[in-house]
Design a protein around this ligand. Structure first.
Ligand code: FES
Length: 324
């Protein structure tokens, strides 16, 4: 990625037995570009895997980026190498911050986090409290107290703000069982819902918010979607700036085909969730497989890391080129 930069790990601490927080500062001591709550960065981990992590803490502090990484024993190795091999003073290469989970202005918020999903939600909570927004409700799900990153901090915030159990709910599934969402979701009002957690939780909350305006329901899941999970037929993609015509085989993503042809497309998650690889859709009908674009955006944009073509050919361009 062209906007990669080298940072130094200025502090690390274990938040739970398997979640480690890293504080990163620019090697030259300069400030980072501004980033809003909900932003993420891509980290080139020691294992060689690139991984996207949400910024947590107060993102208005531009002297540092703070991320928290859950060590996934069964993952591809990126998170394990971060927790096991990255120490104070080490250098890492990270991307600029990007935001596909933006906090919009609203009179009322319901923030839902599960486990490590607290990272972007914590940044949102800090920002909303800083702005003095009064109507903020947090539901934070985890298996137990021991497996709850930032537990004491959230409890302190609840105490300091006088919010108490009415607006800051810590729900430990092994103690409390299933959470009853309906009282919170039945009457949406002007509220915006932000959810960061695993797919089953997102599916449950999507089903329970079918009566909400879609623009008020915001979800984040870096587990992402698959470009090959459905039938994948070959097609062609034309790169409008040069007119190059590139074949995309059935076992290849459009992104890989473009990159294979020497076209540099900025990308991050590779799973249709972060919004980084967005291209203008100039011509053709796309088979949209991402979870980023809204219905109205799908007529004009495509995410080549997962999406494919319904028509035989798509014409795409960088998003700086306005679609005709
Ligand atoms: S790289 Fe993240 S949506 Fe395509």
């Amino acid at each position: 990625m062209s906007d990669d930069e080298t940072v130094v790990v200025s502090a690390r601490r274990m938040l739970t037995a398997d979640v480690c927080e890293f504080e990163l500062r620019r090697a030259d001591g300069a400030l980072f570009e501004p980033a809003g709550p909900g932003s993420h960065i891509t980290v080139h981990t020691p294992s060689g895997e690139a991984r996207s992590y949400s910024l947590t803490s107060d993102v208005s502090d531009r002297s540092r980026r703070v991320i928290a990484v859950r060590r996934d024993e069964n993952g591809r190795g990126g998170s394990r190498s971060m927790v096991d091999e990255v120490h104070d003073g080490d250098e890492l290469v990270i991307s600029a911050a990007r935001n596909a989970f933006e906090l919009v202005e609203a009179p009322s918020y319901l923030l839902v986090a599960a486990g490590i999903g607290i990272t972007p939600i914590r940044a949102m909570l800090v920002e909303l409290l800083r702005r003095g927004v009064a109507d903020v409700r947090l539901v934070y799900l985890s298996r137990s107290r021991d497996e709850t990153p930032y537990l004491e901090e959230i409890e302190e915030i609840a105490e300091l703000t006088g919010a108490g159990a009415d607006s800051m709910t810590l729900h430990h599934r092994t103690i409390h069982g299933a959470f009853d969402w309906w009282p919170l979701l039945e009457a949406p009002g002007e509220r915006h819902l932000y959810v960061c957690g695993p797919e089953p939780l997102q599916n449950e909350l999507r089903a329970l918010t079918m009566h909400w305006r879609p623009s008020r329901v915001h979800m984040e899941d870096f587990a992402g979607v698959s470009a090959f999970g459905e039938i994948s037929l070959p097609f062609e993609v034309d790169w409008q700036p040069t007119g190059a015509r590139i074949p995309v085989t059935s076992d290849q993503t459009m992104l890989a085909a473009l990159e294979g042809a020497g076209i540099d497309v900025d990308s991050s998650c590779g799973s249709g969730t972060c919004g980084t690889c967005r291209l203008s859709l100039v011509e053709g009908e796309a088979d949209h497989r991402d979870v980023v674009l809204t219905e109205s955006e799908r007529a004009h944009f495509v995410m080549p890391c997962v999406s494919r073509a319904v028509s035989d050919r798509l014409v795409v361009a960088p998003i700086t080129v306005v679609p005709q």
